[in-house]
Design a protein around this ligand. Structure first.
Ligand SMILES: NC(=O)c1ccc[n+]([C@@H]2O[C@H](COP(=O)([O-])OP(=O)(O)OC[C@H]3O[C@@H](n4cnc5c(N)ncnc54)[C@H](OP(=O)(O)O)[C@@H]3O)[C@@H](O)[C@H]2O)c1
Length: 378
């Protein structure tokens, strides 16, 4: 396999390193901004040098961002080159277009590392669907937020302190918004929904609430209720697809409640196989490069399709998902009062209410109370 590698940062350099150890994976050219980073005179600064090179059959992208990643992906696929990427932002935003280009040009499109880093998640959804029907997917898909929540629960850290530690250890970026507000998880969910159900949902249609406003006081309240808070992405397929990203409170003894540090735990339930979970490192140079190189080997042995064969566009509908919610808000609200089943010091726990209705309410309530925090009870 003759590879054109795009990006030579944390993941790209890892792919180069792992590919060198394997026979038959030749990283022939590397698109980068600084030629001095790349050994062997393989660095190029013009994408045309890769897309127009007839010797290169596969483009591996570890650059990130939407642009120029989308333009590079579409020109590589149009040139009939296989496209392997870790770029969840790109795949979540352009999946229908990427699929169409890959199919029209007989090229493979794979992104195993984009969800779960080094965890074999998408490929096991693919294997499941060969013989079974996936009903539900859920889990901890983001190591940064898990690290913060775990530090708050286990070490009693407050939010700012836990975030600062995550940044110091390289688990959180200087601007952590994509992780803590849930965008990163939502992108992973959109890609997982495609692989699990063959359903194409739009990122902006999936309701999302992150952990930016959680406080040490909330965590103390959760402890008193015997619960641990995790940021959870979940989706279920029936007549419609339900999907959401929100904090969820798990009871002690559940696998989710015990996920430490920056680890991930992602699970699915299917008709015949039942419940399966995958635990591991959802990020990092070598875990992520590992799954990208696995994709290269799968494509080299003939894999062409994007995890599932057929896709249908689907609307997200959470109207019939019912949950109890822990809600802390300092703004009085008549609707919240009307659905509260219990009240504690500064918080309410609702009766079981429609998730769609609740997220709609929370989006409005946040405008009068930006400190609002909520979590669903599992
Ligand atoms: N890091 C992880 O653990 C992880 C896990 C799963 C998925 N991913 C995904 O993997 C991708 C790469 O992440 P990363 O952590 O490796 O990021 P990174 O360290 O910032 O590396 C990205 C590299 O791409 C280069 N680049 C950006 N735009 C370019 C352009 N137009 N032309 C040439 N080179 C360009 C950057 O150069 P400069 O540095 O000079 O700007 C940098 O070297 C992202 O899509 C990310 O979501 C990462």
């Amino acid at each position: 396999m003759q590879i054109g590698l795009l990006g030579y940062g944390v993941v790209g350099a890892g792919v180069d390193h792992l590919a060198k150890e394997l026979d038959g994976l030749d990283v022939r050219k590397v698109l980068c901004l600084n030629l001095a980073d790349v050994t062997g005179g393989r660095g190029v600064t013009d994408i045309a040098e890769i897309v127009d090179d007839p010797e290169i059959d596969t483009v591996v992208e570890a650059m990130g961002g939407l642009h120029p990643a989308w333009e590079f992906a579409s020109s590589a696929l149009r040139a009939g080159k296989n496209y392997i990427t870790a770029n969840k932002a790109l795949v979540a935003a352009y999946l229908p277009e990427l699929l169409e280009l890959a199919q029209a040009n007989g090229a493979a499109l794979r992104c195993t590392a984009a969800v779960g880093g080094g965890i074999p998640w998408l490929i096991n959804l693919e294997r499941c669907r060969r013989v079974d029907t996936v009903r539900r997917i859920w889990g901890v898909f983001n190591g940064t937020t898990n690290f913060i929540l775990d530090a708050m629960h286990r070490q009693g850290a407050d939010y700012a302190e836990a975030l600062a530690t995550a940044q110091k250890l390289g688990y959180a970026e200087a601007d952590p918004s994509a992780d803590i507000d849930g965008d990163d998880v939502r992108r992973k969910l959109v890609i997982s929904v495609a692989a699990a159900f063959g359903a194409l949902v739009r990122e902006q249609d999936v309701p999302m609430f992150g952990i930016r406003t959680i406080t040490a006081r909330d965590v103390a309240n959760f402890r008193a209720l015997g619960k641990t808070c995790k940021l959870i992405a979940s989706a279920e397929a029936g007549k419609t697809v339900s999907a959401s990203v929100e904090p969820v409170l798990y009871s002690a003894g559940t696998p989710e409640s015990a996920i430490p540090e920056n680890f991930n735990l992602v699970s699915f339930e299917s008709t015949n196989a039942g419940h399966q979970s995958y635990y591991g490192q959802g990020a990092g140079r070598y875990p992520t490069a590992y799954n990208m190189v696995q994709d290269c080997l799968d494509v080299r042995s003939g894999t062409r399709r994007f995890y599932t064969k057929d896709f249908v566009r689907a609307e997200v509908d959470n109207t019939n998902v019912f949950r109890h919610y822990y809600v802390r808000t300092n703004a009085e609200d008549a609707w919240l009062d009307s659905v509260a089943a219990a009240k504690g010091d500064g918080f309410a726990v609702t009766a079981a209410i429609s998730q769609a209705k609740f997220h709609e309410w929370a989006a409005v309530q946040r405008q009068s109370d930006p400190t609002l925090f909520f979590a669903a009870l599992q």
